[in-house]
Write a protein that binds this ligand. Structure first.
Ligand code: HEM
Length: 198
């Protein structure tokens, strides 16, 4: 008997993005954990440096008017300042400004690509519950050193659903869907590259 299993076609856009980036998330997760980011404050400092550089890459997106229309609470989702404070809490230097920034404030961006990068930044906060717990074991918390890993006051899951709900509601054509997934994969690759360099 020939039984062919297929992903349900009606799966939401966020779920399709998750499926499209599962492998790359997995590789990144394993790569980060192999570096034992929570074995010491020093190792955690390197993890913070990666986070800072990734969020600096996408910082221009949070001020983008078109994206803010699509995602009304976008500005509040920005976490670069919390990461900077976490680094300062630990008395560490901020990573030097480096190279090209993929998105610059003021320049026009491809919206689906940008949404793919934002999906990765937002999803990383959903997954951060576990990282936050490990940061606590190092004596860090939402007031010192691990501010950017803390959950949203509404709850991580709810905050995430507000984002994926807005993402799912957008009308995108086939080509835009592809650019969305490419943007998400590019963001994961970028973070992987930063981890390798760190
Ligand atoms: C060691 C590091 C990491 C671990 C252990 C981890 C773990 C997790 C877990 C458990 C979830 C699922 C949460 C849930 O469904 O309730 C998740 C989701 C996610 N994580 Fe990570 N993560 C890590 C690093 C990252 C990084 C660095 C990024 C991106 C910069 C990232 C991006 C995402 C995304 C986009 C999702 C949402 C997937 C979806 O449901 O669509 N993760 N992570």
């Amino acid at each position: 008997m020939d039984i062919t299993l297929q992903a349900p076609l009606e799966a939401s856009r966020a779920k399709r993005l998750k499926a499209a980036t599962n492998d790359t998330h997995d590789r990144l997760d394993k790569r980060i954990m192999a570096a034992e980011p929570f074995a010491s404050v020093e190792n955690y400092g390197q993890f913070l440096s990666v986070q800072y550089q990734f969020h600096r890459d996408i910082d221009g997106l949070y001020a983008n008017g078109q994206l803010r229309e699509l995602l009304p609470d976008l500005a509040e989702r920005r976490r670069l300042d919390q990461i900077r404070q976490d680094i300062e809490d630990l008395g560490l230097p901020l990573p030097a400004a480096g190279g090209e920034v993929p998105f610059d404030a003021g320049t026009s961006v491809d919206l689906p690509t940008a949404l793919g990068w934002l999906y990765v930044a937002e999803g990383s906060n959903l997954g951060a519950a576990f990282l936050f717990k490990m940061a606590r074991a190092l004596g860090l918390d939402e007031n010192r050193g691990a501010r950017h890993l803390a959950g949203h006051p509404d709850g991580r899951a709810r905050h995430w659903r507000a984002f994926t709900g807005a993402l799912d509601a957008l009308a995108l054509d086939e080509d835009e869907e592809l650019r969305l997934a490419d943007g998400a994969r590019a963001a994961f690759r970028r973070v992987h590259g930063l981890v390798e360099t760190a």
